[in-house]
Design a protein. Structure first.
Length: 314
């Protein structure tokens, strides 16, 4: 069995407070309601990249992504390398490496985190999307929660909806920022390029809090906390601030020659292979015990090398 993205759409405002299954029934009238309900339950239809129940109400502005089964993409177990930082009966906490795609889809027919989870934890075949309740971009590294049971998945999805999951990132960006601040700017599909997101008036509410950990001559090492979890949120909000992430060629962070012409820095910036973004801390209420738990992982080697080089030149 496989998957391919077949539909992407934004919930129109006039469907406010309608049940999800009825709303997507109006948005995708070519599919029966029972089939749409099945896709919602299986995780093949997601809302803002997260799982929902058919009876959950929509607010308008959510990004709906529908993924349907085909023959050319693997949803089976595969041996895939990734680090786990915590495992218990209810949850798994993964430190996702750079370059690992979370879900199979068009252009990534296998070898994903989902495939690797099914290989290492076969019982996840009974949980929609192998227990994955949120995601990171392919080239963003760091912490992700995976639910091991349906009950845990439901509890974690509720926490994400209620914004009680605390997600802290570190990034290295072009430009100098104020010491701290908040970006509150709605995000939706870029009308000129559906593969990108953008700050647009009709987008979904998005809030990012940031504080500068260290300033360099032309760069900033920043800590960011997501209050919402829109697609590419940090990358889009940093672009709006005029400080795109180093290495983020999609959102304005491609190579820019430093004023000081330092050859080591030029070489590093020119070839930095991905957006300099890492999910370093994660806190949530444990779905089994109810206790607040927190996990932290250090920066990966590429971002440490970047910060070390920037530190040498000031």
């Amino acid at each position: 069995m496989g998957t391919e993205i077949v539909r992407q759409a934004t919930v129109p405002d006039h469907l406010l407070l309608m049940r999800l299954d009825r709303a997507v029934g109006q948005m995708f009238p070519e599919f029966s309601r029972s089939r749409l309900q099945a896709w919602i339950k299986s995780g093949e239809l997601t809302v803002d990249g997260e799982l929902r129940r058919p009876r959950d109400k929509v607010q308008g502005g959510e990004e709906i992504e529908l993924v349907a089964a085909l023959q050319d993409v693997s949803m089976g177990p595969e041996r895939v390398e990734f680090e786990t930082v915590h495992i218990d009966d209810a949850v798994i906490v993964v430190n996702k490496p750079v370059g690992l795609v979370v879900h199979p889809g068009a252009g990534n027919l296998g070898g994903t985190l989902l495939n690797g989870l099914l290989h290492r934890f076969p019982e996840l075949a009974k949980v929609p999307r192998a227990g994955i309740v949120h995601r990171l971009d392919k080239d963003t590294s760091g912490l992700m929660i995976v639910a091991r049971t349906l009950e845990s998945q439901h509890a974690l999805v509720q926490q994400l909806q209620q914004r009680s999951v605390r997600r802290i990132y570190q990034a290295v960006a072009y430009g100098k920022l104020e010491l701290s601040g908040t970006v509150e700017a709605p995000i939706g599909r870029n009308p000129d390029n559906r593969l990108k997101m953008a700050v647009i008036a009709t987008g979904k509410a998005a809030v990012t809090h940031y504080r500068v950990l260290r300033s360099f001559e032309e760069y900033s090492h920043v800590e960011l906390r997501l209050e919402t979890g829109r697609t590419h949120q940090i990358r889009v909000h940093m672009q709006k601030l005029g400080c795109p992430l180093i290495g983020d060629v999609v959102y304005g962070g491609g190579f820019k020659e430093p004023r000081n012409k330092d050859p080591d820095l030029i070489e590093l910036l020119r070839h930095f292979p991905r957006q300099a973004l890492h999910a370093c801390r994660l806190a949530f209420d444990h779905p089994g015990t109810g206790e607040r738990v927190e996990f932290e992982v250090p920066l990966p080697e590429d971002m440490n090398e970047l910060l070390t080089t920037l530190g040498k030149i000031g």
